[in-house]
Design a protein around this ligand. Structure first.
Ligand code: FAD
Ligand code: A2P
Length: 276
């Protein structure tokens, strides 16, 4: 039998599927991002999600789905997270520090992958809130620009500060050495960014659904309205957002596809529930 002293002397047991946190950044009181080590064997397609978590009180892990926000060429993994005050996982996860361990089940899956769409001219990424996470991966993947001439990132949040993670990511991308080397000065014109707020005054406002149906986003960016021949889209937000955007895209003649049946758009929930 182990004495108390034996137990105390035993080194802390490493979690199964443990990865080490390398950096953490808090964007608002409700949003943060963090990076962790990447398991050597983990291969994924940009846009996919994995299960991550922390050990629970009873030793049983609390696991949740998280989109990988980093591109598949990155040596670390990045995640962009909500902080739900009473959330079983995020009430704890929001306190992680560099050097801490998290659990990461290395089985990536998901519908927001380039292979689930037919070739086309222009790719629309349509997201609210943390729904930008899979697109943070796809926007940083050169494969996206190999397949599509133009990428439009529409991101909508209630307030401007909630857009900051995405805004900084897009601004940094415009000066990204890898993408600039591949596409030169022209790259800035290939990634169009259309952030809007709905509950705070700003230069661009309104719901994604409204800006698509009114044609405002097309007028502002100098683009033709969406059509099935040229436009492809990926949707990631709340269930209500996804349902409403799907209806709008179907109105433009686009059809929902899947990994096994590529068409003009794909949809994935950014979270399950009514939102907070
Ligand atoms: P939970 O008990 O899981 O959630 C409590 C309530 O909080 C939910 O019912 C919902 O109303 C609300 N909520 C949960 N997540 C969000 C969110 N992201 N935005 C707004 N409201 C929310 N979350 C992320 O933060 N980043 C991601 O990249 C991400 N990717 C996901 C991918 C998929 C496919 C799915 C299904 C979910 C994803 N989520 C993501 C949500 C995530 O799985 C958890 O729900 C979230 O981390 C909160 O966990 P929790 O245990 O603290 O609270
Ligand atoms: P709004 O402020 O008009 O509700 P939330 O913070 O509630 O998760 O919402 C995130 C963003 O998504 C908000 O800007 C919100 O706009 C917008 N939104 C919520 N539901 C929908 C929907 N069904 N269609 C379009 N946009 C939506």
């Amino acid at each position: 039998d182990l004495s108390v002293a034996d137990v105390a002397a035993k080194p802390a047991k490493t979690l199964p599927d443990a990865q080490t946190v390398t950096s953490v950044k808090h964007w608002t009181d409700r949003l943060f991002s963090f990076r962790v080590t990447r398991p050597a064997s983990l291969r994924f397609r940009s846009g996919e999600f994995v299960m991550i978590g922390l050990p629970g009180e009873n030793g049983k892990p609390i696991l949740r789905a998280y989109s990988i926000a980093s591109p598949n060429w990155d040596e670390e993994l990045e995640f962009y997270s909500i902080k739900v005050p009473d959330g079983p996982l995020t009430s704890k996860l929001q306190n992680i520090q560099p050097g801490d361990e998290i659990i990461l089940r290395p089985k990536p899956v998901g519908t927001l992958v380039l292979d689930a769409l037919l070739p086309g001219k222009r790719m629309w990424f349509l997201a609210t809130g943390t729904g930008i996470a899979p697109f943070a991966s796809l926007m940083r993947d050169p494969e996206t620009y190999e397949r599509y001439e133009q990428v439009v990132m529409m991101h909508t949040c209630r307030t401007a500060e909630e857009l900051t993670y995405g805004r900084e990511l897009v601004e940094n991308l415009k000066h990204d050495p890898l993408l600039s080397e591949l596409y030169g000065e022209d790259f800035a014109n290939r990634l169009l960014y259309y952030p809007t707020t709905t509950r705070e005054e700003g230069p661009f406002m309104g719901r994604i659904t409204d800006n698509l149906t009114s044609g405002k986003v097309f007028a502002d960016l100098g683009l033709p309205a969406m059509d099935a021949a040229n436009d492809r889209a990926m949707i990631c937000g709340s269930l209500a957002f996804n349902t409403d955007v799907k209806t709008v895209l179907e109105g433009f003649g686009l059809h929902e596809g899947a990994n096994s049946d590529p068409k003009e758009f794909v949809v994935e929930k950014a979270f399950v529930g009514d939102g907070i």
